[in-house]
Design a protein. Sequence first.
Length: 323
Amino acid sequence: MRAATLTVAALLGVASLPARADGTYPDKPIRLVVGYSAGGPTDVLARVLGQDIGATLGQSVIVDNKAGVNGNIATEFVQRAAPDGYTLIVNTISHNVNPLLQPARIKYDPIKDFTPISMVAVLPQLIVVAGDSPYKTLDDLVKKAKSKTDAVSYGTAGVGGSAHLAAALLEQKTGTHMNHIPFKGNAPALTEVMSGRVDFMFFPMIGASEYVTSGKLRILAVTTAKRHADYPQVPTTGELGFPGFDEYSQPIGFIAPAGLPKPIADKLDSAIAAALAKPALQERLRSLGADVKHLGPTEYRDWLAKDRARWAELIRSANIKAE
């Protein structure tokens, strides 16, 4: 860890060189910026992929954590970096959502100000309640929510996060208004759900199985298009009459500053695609709660544009405001 830290520090002092698309790229280590703390799913995923990508490209890929402001510190850092292929970011849902929630504060355009390289995965979610909750099915929960405004509460890791937006989508699809209780992270929100003090939450797939096995959690539905291999007995939201949640999945992708030469973007994408094709790496990502989904530079740019439009409409219609 100390060696990696020293390497990052050394990189910080090196001026960016002009991008070269003549086949010599990369000729120095690549910095992979993560907008969240070390040890979280996005960070671990970045390190797993970075190691394999670096081996293919013949250079080290160094993960640089720049946590804060829901990933925005990292995003703006990469926006300002030279478009030479040596500074990339692992983007999440916040890349599109942050400017929508805080237009007066966050000025970057998530498409025009960056060069999308690859989508690598999406992160499905589970709708979970306490193991002894009176809600045995999603229909039970929806019926209670329809009985009275704020009759049902849900926890999230904060305003504008994937769990909050998914719950807002559920409210829209069911014609209900539920009581949103934001916490500082998924862990405290999940604790309150398991205690029964909060009715439910949308929770990332990673880390849920131990609570389900121990009886502390019950899963009402998954947000995947088809039933998930880890929970084959759990219905999808689509099966239960609420299709479309899979289209609002949180993406994990690789993005560079605007102006990255196409040959460099293509070379990076090829290395990423090669990594994602390996069964062992696919299984590792699945263990992190990720469903592998690869899109190349052009496809990912198109996907991000459509994704931004989806979130913009939901945030507008649900009147979601930043804290």
